[in-house]
Design a protein around this ligand. Structure first.
Ligand code: ADP
Length: 178
């Protein structure tokens, strides 16, 4: 009775609980055979919220490429080179992280750099609606999937734009930066 169903459930749970005979709460093995994740963003500036997403992406992928996207027509708050330099410094000891910049479509960059999946953080329902739309378009254009990671609750109110606003009015924002 229900043998097919039970078999299915058993097989699924072994997938969920780890690939090497894991049971109970054994997490899946980290960073092996999982390809290259792309974390694209403006990172103007790179905040604790971004760093949290990178840390979690490192548990999912062998490598994480942090790519600073910019628009040649729009001047950012921090020059792109400065954003990249500060992110590079942060991950100087993490050989699995690389930092790049790009202009144009994220999927084009992803295709050109052998990306397995795009990673984005989701803080709010507004983020979610936007990200789902982008993920769908990107998948249709390139076949590349997007992994959406919910923001850690303690960091969910943090955004680069809030940091810029505070800095503009002379507040110290170092507590929000890694
Ligand atoms: P973009 O202009 O592409 O949205 P951002 O630098 O603002 O670039 O954000 C890059 C990614 O990081 C986005 O997926 C965004 O949702 C996510 N993100 C930003 N702040 C946080 C945070 N505090 N927690 C989790 N994810 C975040």
């Amino acid at each position: 009775m229900n043998s097919e169903k039970n078999k299915y459930i058993t097989d699924t749970s072994s997938l969920l609980l780890g690939q090497e005979g894991g049971s109970g709460n054994t997490p899946p093995p980290r960073g092996r055979g999982r390809g290259r994740g792309l974390f694209p963003g403006s990172f103007d500036p790179f905040t604790l919220g971004h760093a949290d997403i990178v840390q979690r992406a490192l548990a999912l992928f062998d490598e994480v490429v942090i790519a600073v996207g910019y628009n040649e027509q729009k001047k950012g708050w921090m020059p792109v080179e400065e954003r990249m330099a500060s992110i590079r410094k942060l991950y100087a000891d993490e050989s699995r992280v690389t930092v790049a910049s790009y202009t144009g479509l994220t999927v084009d960059f992803a295709r050109e750099h052998g990306i397995t999946a795009i990673v984005r953080g989701v803080r709010t329902t507004a983020d979610f609606e936007y990200e789902v739309q982008m993920a769908d378009v990107n998948r249709q254009l390139s076949g590349i999937e997007t992994v959406l990671l919910p923001a850690s609750p303690a960091l969910a109110s943090l955004s680069s734009s809030v940091c810029r606003e505070l800095a503009h009015f002379g507040h110290d924002i170092s507590a929000f930066l890694p």
